[in-house]
Design a protein around this ligand. Structure first.
Ligand code: NAP
Length: 320
């Protein structure tokens, strides 16, 4: 077990690494548990590691690749003395201070780290269809974020998979760019609110394929369409699309904190209004793990800055 740290940051997307930059520059010598490489967005660098061009992050007028942007964040944190470990936290105990964090065997009697404050920035994952070649196609015609990637599909035909508010919101937004947007939904009625449904029905650029599931992504290295099956007739068709947006929901990475930090009904962490404070004093949360509304790199980054400042001031108050 190491000494008691001032700050441990769990998660290394834009929120966690921004918190690392700020706390490192405040001489708090943060330790970032950045996660371990995996095929999902629950990995070092977060969801931007699965993106190609990022054109809406201010400061990069020509755009930047998602992984390169995250490498820049990481290098900036290292430059100011943040320590970054490529490991996942396997267990936490926030019942008393100093807080305990385990890496590796969660059953180990002794925690791996002790800390006076914790910044939780474990992010969220877009739910995916789970089809073969899905991970390879993300950023190559397959996306989970219309705000981020809609611009790349000007005058093209695109598909949105899902039937909730997100799917309709994404589809409506995409009609600003696309020549046609087809919503593919597995049932014969939407889950979305009535007002959102009406928005889809009223939009002449939106077509709806009911009772339809995606069997396969077509295209190697780049999406060129979908193999679709009608669940009533079992009829299978290949349909050409230049882009496919999966909008079947998100899952915050909060499993580690269940029973310790307060969660909303949808599993996102609750932070106190206009702050990064959680229900446990000294534990702060930032980024997508506590944001089910905006879900942007820049908002995650901004909230990481808030968490760092909250943690720094809270530590100062303890010393006083
Ligand atoms: P959601 O409400 O859970 O809807 C997910 C949709 O994806 C459902 O239609 C579901 O189909 C479909 N789906 C799930 N798994 C699937 C799979 N494996 N294959 C095909 N389809 C699948 O998620 P959401 O739309 O992201 O919304 C989440 C929450 O945020 C909701 O409370 C929503 O109201 C809110 N939200 C609000 C707004 C707004 O008001 N502007 C915008 C976005 C989100 P089934 O219907 O058959 O289950």
């Amino acid at each position: 077990m190491s000494d008691i740290r001032d700050v441990i940051i769990i998660g290394s997307g834009p929120a966690g690494l921004t918190a690392a930059i700020y706390t490192a520059r405040a001489n708090l010598a943060p330790l970032v548990l950045e996660g371990e490489p995996s095929s999902t967005s629950d990995q070092p660098g977060g969801q931007l590691m699965l993106t190609t061009d990022v054109e809406n992050y201010p400061g990069f007028p020509d755009g930047i690749m998602g992984p390169e942007l995250m490498l820049n964040f990481r290098n900036q944190a290292l430059r100011f003395g943040a320590e970054i470990d490529t490991v996942k936290a396997s267990r936490v105990d926030f019942s008393e201070r100093p807080f305990k964090v385990w890496v590796g065997d969660p059953e180990a009697a002794e925690p791996t780290h002790l800390a006076n404050t914790i910044i939780v920035s474990t992010g969220a994952q877009s739910l995916m269809l789970g089809l073969p070649n899905e991970n390879e196609l993300v950023g190559h015609g397959l996306s989970t974020c219309a705000t981020c990637d809609g611009f790349f599909f000007r005058d093209q035909e695109i598909a949105v998979v899902g039937g909730g508010d997100s799917a309709i919101e994404e589809a409506s937004f995409l009609t600003r760019f696309a020549s046609k947007v087809t919503i593919i939904h597995r049932r014969d009625e939407f889950r979305a609110s009535k007002i959102m449904q009406q928005r889809a029905f009223d939009n002449p650029k939106i077509e709806i394929m009911w009772d339809t599931v995606v069997e396969e992504y077509l295209g190697e290295g780049q999406i060129r369409g979908l193999k679709l099956r009608n669940v009533n007739t079992d009829e299978v068709n290949d349909v050409q699309f230049s882009g496919v947006f999966v909008a079947i929901g998100h899952k915050p990475n909060t499993g580690l904190f269940a029973g310790q930090l307060d969660l909303k009904d949808n599993g996102y962490l609750i932070t106190k209004p206009d702050s990064s404070y959680t229900n446990v004093e000294g534990v702060f949360a930032c980024g997508d793990v506590q944001d089910d509304i905006y879900r942007q790199a820049i908002t995650a980054s901004g909230s990481g800055c808030m968490a760092a400042i909250d943690a720094e001031r809270w530590l100062e108050d303890q010393h006083d």
